[in-house]
Design a binder for this molecule. Structure first.
Ligand SMILES: Nc1ncnc2c1ncn2[C@@H]1O[C@H](COP(=O)(O)OP(=O)(O)O)[C@@H](O)[C@H]1O
Ligand SMILES: [Mg+2]
Length: 235
């Protein structure tokens, strides 16, 4: 059974859907990259998985269990966590306060909160150096790191990362992807949304999205295929 299974997903913001019957799976332990141009429907997809949007049709299953109409917070408790597009950190709170809020669902397990905090700061040492700094005063790259670290605080089974590399220098983008790969090696399944094909070498599974549908799926070595890059990405 796949950890995440999307079937026949139709989602829109009004009467007209922007996702037209999406089907895909993410296996437990994978780093999956969902790649597509601006407007392809990537944010709509991960927002629906996180419970922020209701599908007009179709299902999201976690471990075979239909998530149905369950709320975003119920999904966090089931193990789904989102690092949203645009970061959405709390600028007037410190780094540590932002992280503690990310661990809200675990507030009755101080040991879990402590171990996730240690883990998040180990992944992102730059945040450890800035724990007492107001988040709004961090650089763009550091704010992105904080958004991913905050999403880790709930100890997810499935971490959704929406466009972590947007607006970052190539070096910082690479750093964020390397941490995503490390998170996956440590056992958390990752679904990473990207416009940047530079993320592909980090993927176990690549999904290419155009205009609300998947036009290609590649697993393992096929991701390195030159044709995939030429046909779908024009690189
Ligand atoms: N809040 C919204 N209201 C209406 N249309 C939206 C909204 N958000 C996104 N869309 C539309 O849905 C489509 C997919 O958007 P989105 O999922 O954000 O794509 P991506 O994340 O791949 O850039 C686009 O055509 C976009 O204009
Ligand atoms: Mg988006």
């Amino acid at each position: 059974m796949s950890l995440l299974e999307i079937s026949d997903l139709v989602v829109g913001y009004g009467p007209h859907p922007v996702l037209h019957g999406l089907d895909f799976v993410v296996e437990e332990g994978e780093l999956c990259v969902l790649l597509g141009l601006n407007g392809a429907g990537k944010t709509t997809t991960v927002s629906t998985i996180a419970g922020l949007l209701r599908p007009q049709r179709g299902q999201v299953r976690l471990d075979g269990q239909v998530l149905g109409r369950s709320s975003p917070s119920a999904r966090v408790r089931k193990g789904i966590s989102l690092s949203p597009e645009g970061r959405r950190i709390f600028p007037r709170l410190t780094v540590r306060q932002n992280l503690r809020l990310g661990g809200w669902s675990q507030r009755r397990s101080p040991k879990v909160v402590k171990s996730q905090l240690d883990l998040a700061l180990d992944y992102f040492p730059r945040l450890a150096e800035r724990e007492d700094q107001l988040a709004g005063t961090l650089s763009g790259g550091e704010q992105q790191m904080l958004a991913v670290a905050r999403a880790l605080m709930s100890r997810p089974r499935l971490l959704l990362i929406d466009e972590a590399s947007l607006g970052l220098s190539p070096t910082l983008a690479r750093t964020v992807w390397e941490v995503a790969a490390r998170i996956r090696r440590d056992g958390t399944t990752v679904l990473m949304v990207e416009q940047n094909a530079g993320a592909l070498p980090f993927a176990d599974r690549a999904l290419i999205m155009e205009k609300g549908t998947l036009v290609h799926t590649a697993v393992g070595e096929a991701i390195r295929d030159v044709n995939l890059r030429e046909t779908y990405l024009g690189v």
